[in-house]
Design a binder for this molecule. Sequence first.
Ligand SMILES: Nc1nc2c(ncn2[C@@H]2O[C@H](COP(=O)(O)OP(=O)(O)OP(=O)(O)O)[C@@H](O)[C@H]2O)c(=O)[nH]1
Length: 239
Amino acid sequence: MNTQSTMNPTDADEGTPVSVKIRERIQASRKRFHANDNIAQFIEPGELALLLDEVEDKMKGVLNSLVIDIEHDHNTDNTARRVAKMYVNEVFRGRYVEAPTITEFPNVGHLNELMIVGPIIVRSACSHHFCPVIGKIWIGVMPNEHTNVIGLSKYARLAEWIMGRPQIQEEAVVQLADLIQEKTQPDGLAIVMEASHYCMAWRGVKDMDSKMINSVMRGVFLKDPTLRREFLSLIPRKG
Ligand SMILES: Nc1nc2c(ncn2[C@@H]2O[C@H](COP(=O)(O)OP(=O)(O)OP(=O)(O)O)[C@@H](O)[C@H]2O)c(=O)[nH]1
């Protein structure tokens, strides 16, 4: 018997986890959905709330498998919901929502002097263990007369959107550089990030002191060693 032919497509859809529906749309568009990719364009209105319910349900499974009595332990009876909210609405929000709106102003003053913003405090989580990554970022921009000027706070908003995903630091700074480059089209862009990785402090090697520092240099920062030195000397990293 061909059961398919008698089924209404909406009935077939019912009971399909929302994550599966979203994943199918991404795959149909042949787009990537790695941990540090944004997938907002594939999420329909109302689906984020359903995704939260689904993650809560799966988290209950994890707690059960950890042999925690969530039925009777008053401390953990709502933990699955809290963790789901933390992932979907807070720490990994940068995967599920569109980029912040950025007001761009024309560079009427023809500014072409080095501009530095930082330290911007950033919070992320490593893709490997989902442990916190907390650090600082400095951004240097060398505008030209065609460069769009964006409000100072917008650098922090863009950084928050990129860091609000499971990341590895090397890829996070490149994603942020690509985004700022696209928004402002400067002659040069420099980013330095310094962060503590709690997967190395709380667990694993339990090293409390080491930090990872990395940088991305684009355009004139790459070509001009004097400008690069000026940028690096102006960021008060040890302060
Ligand atoms: N390159 C890079 N490595 C990272 C970052 N965040 C965490 N790591 C490292 O990722 C590695 C994962 O190593 P694995 O050997 O797969 O995992 P593991 O067995 O739990 O490793 P240990 O942490 O050594 O116990 C660890 O060395 C982490 O310190 C990051 O942003 N960039």
